[in-house]
Every structure is written in C-alpha cells, then in structure tokens.
Design a protein around this ligand. Structure first.
Ligand SMILES: *Cc1c(COP(=O)(O)O)cnc(C)c1O
Length: 377
C-alpha cells in the first residue's frame, strides 16, 4: 500500500488502523479464478469476517465457507434480496457450512435453509438426521498437513478406512452425501499435501461407487499460501499441479470447490500503529506500540505468523524488540525487528496482515481493536 496514503490515514483517523484495500481483494479473487478456472471459490469467512470484505467477494462472484450461525447469516443477508425460490436453489451454490462439529441449536437454526454441511463422525450423523434432516452432507477427510504453518488434521477429519462406512451410515439415516472435503493445513507451501489428499479422495470416490454411492462434489479446502515472502512458491505453479491431478482423477461432471481464506485476504490489509513508548532494556532498544498480539497482531499467537514492522522513515536500522500496549509480557510482537531510531508518536506499519488478524482481535485490558478503513470499495 502506498506509504503516503497510510501516513495520511494515520494522521486523519488516529491509530491503531487496519487498512483494507478492496482492489487487492478483487485481484486475489481473480488470480484464483484465473489459475484454477474449474474450481468454484468459497471464501473462508473466518479468515476475515468483516461484512464489507464479504460483500466485495460476493459482488465479485464468490461463494462462502462459513463455520458458525453468525457467519452464515452475514452471507445469507447478501442473498436475501433474491426471490425465495432462487434463493433456495442458490444456497448450496453460495454457502457451505464447513464446520464438521455443530451444536444442536446450530443445526436447528440451519435446517430451514436446507444447507450443505460437512461432517466427519457417527455422532454428527445422528445429530444432523435428527435436528437438520434437510441438510446435504459432505464428508471431511483427514489428510496430511505436513509443513503447513497451521495444522488442522488433529481436530477434524474421518480416517480413510472409515470414510465409506460413514457415507453408508449417513445413507441409512436418510441423508445424502454429496461429496468429500479436506483441508491440507493453512499456509500450505508443500504441494504434495494437495497431491496426496487428491489421491486419497479419488480412492474413496472409487470405493464409494463400488458400494453404490455416487459422489458428485469434491471440496479441496483452503491452505493456499499467501505470498508473505520470497520462499513461498508461486500460486501459479501450485495451481498447475492441482489442476493436472483434478482433471486426471476427477473428470467433469464432478464439481470442484475450494475454500481459500488466507490467500484471498492476507495481502489486502496493512496495519498502522504508533510508537507510544520506548526504552532500552539489557542494551536492546524496545518499542511499545498502540497495537499488539491481543489485537491486530493476534496471528502471532493464534496463527503462528511472524509479522514484520517497517518504518516510513529511511534511516539506518538496529535490532530491537517490539511490544503491544497491554500490561502483559505475552503481548510481544517481535524480539528481532530491524527499525531505525524512531521518536514517540512516529508510525510503523506491517503488511500482508489481512488474514487471521483483526478477525481474532480482542478488547483485552481495555484497549479497543484497531479502527478499520476500507479503500477502493
Ligand atoms: C480455516 C478454514 C479454511 C481456510 O483456510 P486457509 O488456510 O485460510 O485458506 C477453509 N476451510 C476450512 C474448513 C477451514 O476451517
């Protein structure tokens, strides 16, 4: 993002700021569509659930992966204007409820919408059959998450050996399983995770078919990496690998869905914070900002993501520590940043901070979350 704009916004609105560029959101969406034209994009709302962001993706043509009733309703509010009949036809096309575990109350609230939902165990089938019998089902598989920044396989996913039994079990409970889904782990820089997951899914499609279950849809999940630094492989080459396997193993008319979160939003936001304190401890310069890990930098804790800070000033840098504003030592953004000698009241910024950041910000210790600014809406 252009530095002059960021500085002007900081001066006008005060800090901390979370600046979202909707032009970048649209570009990221188009990039995904361009390199994976066969894949329908369901934006994973949990990466950043700001309704303005959801709206921009909706207008660009995206569908949505939601994981709570609140997220479901954020998206449903956008399709409400459609005539009732069209809205109903539209729902699987626009929303997948991709949280394999759903409370009974959640199922009761979702059922009138006849949703498409994921599951991965027997208990969930019994619950869905009883409390949301109008749902369509997608079985979530457990797949390797090797090398991904955030792993998701320890919490969810049916084992390959139990998959077809779980499909039969749903069938015996008068539910229809439409297809399979998986998640290779977030910020997946290892294309082999996708290749292995696709092979596994293909073998389950075949086994299901031999037992009389015709699966129609494959949801390849999220995990598509944001370009945080030069070590991240280009999306284009990952897409090429995945496309080749999809065409070989899942020919049309099998429908292919994906649930990118991070890839679509990470690069679209920049945080701007102010230096509110400065000290030298153990010979090392320490900066204190008005934003930290309980707020926009929450990804340092929850997302295993290391954000780097930059100064607007071009000057020689030195090794320093950067802390957030709360009265708590966990609120440490970094112990190794390179920043120039900055005065109190000067600003710093951090790029590529659109995913899993503002979304998990709190008001801990009485410090409110950063103000959100939307550009190029
Ligand atoms: C979090 C999540 C996503 C998004 O993952 P990214 O790594 O951000 O692309 C997609 N699907 C499910 C089921 C998720 O839980």
């Amino acid at each position: 993002m252009d530095h002059k704009t960021l500085l002007r916004l900081a001066k006008t609105h005060g800090t901390p700021l979370f600046v979202v560029d909707h032009k970048v959101l649209r570009e990221n969406y188009l990039q995904f569509r361009k390199h994976m034209p066969r894949v329908q994009v369901y934006f994973a709302v949990k990466a950043n659930s700001d309704p303005e962001i959801v709206k921009t993706f909706y207008e660009a043509g995206a569908s949505f992966d939601v994981a709570s009733v609140a997220e479901f309703l954020t998206v449903h509010a956008l399709i409400k204007h459609l005539p009732a009949k069209q809205r109903q036809d539209f729902i699987w096309d626009k929303i997948i409820y991709a949280n394999p575990i759903k409370a009974i109350e959640t199922l009761q609230q979702l059922d009138p919408y006849k949703p498409l939902v994921t599951y991965d165990n027997h208990e969930e089938v019994v619950k869905i059959a009883r409390y949301a019998p109008h749902s369509g089902l997608v079985l979530r598989l457990r797949v390797p998450n090797t090398g991904s920044m955030v792993e998701l396989s320890s919490k969810f996913g049916a084992l390959p050996g139990e998959a077809v039994d779980l499909i039969a079990f749903a069938h015996n409970n008068k539910l229809v399983v439409e297809g399979l889904s998986f998640h290779v782990g977030s910020q997946c820089t290892n294309p082999q995770n996708y290749v292995q997951a696709l092979h596994l899914a293909a073998s389950i499609f075949a086994e299901a078919k031999s037992r009389g279950f015709d699966l129609k849809l494959l949801d390849i999940g999220g995990g598509f990496p944001a370009h945080y630094d030069a070590t991240v492989p280009a999306f284009k080459s990952l897409a090429k690998t995945i496309n080749a396997e999809l065409d070989r193993l899942f020919p049309a008319p099998i429908e292919i869905l994906a649930e990118p979160g991070r890839f679509l939003v990470a690069s679209a936001a920049t945080a701007v914070a102010k230096i509110i304190g400065k000290a030298v401890r153990g010979g090392k310069l320490c900066y204190y900002l008005d934003d930290g890990v309980y707020h926009t930098f929450s990804g340092v804790i929850f997302d295993h993501c290391q954000y780097h800070l930059q100064s607007f000033k071009k000057a020689p840098t030195q090794l320093c520590s950067v802390f957030g504003p709360t009265c708590d030592a966990l609120d440490t953004i970094s112990l190794a940043e390179q920043l120039p000698d900055l005065d109190l009241g000067e600003y710093v910024f951090s790029e590529n901070i659109g995913a899993y950041s503002a979304a998990s910000s709190t008001s801990f210790n009485g410090f409110p979350p950063a103000k959100v600014i939307h550009l190029n809406q």
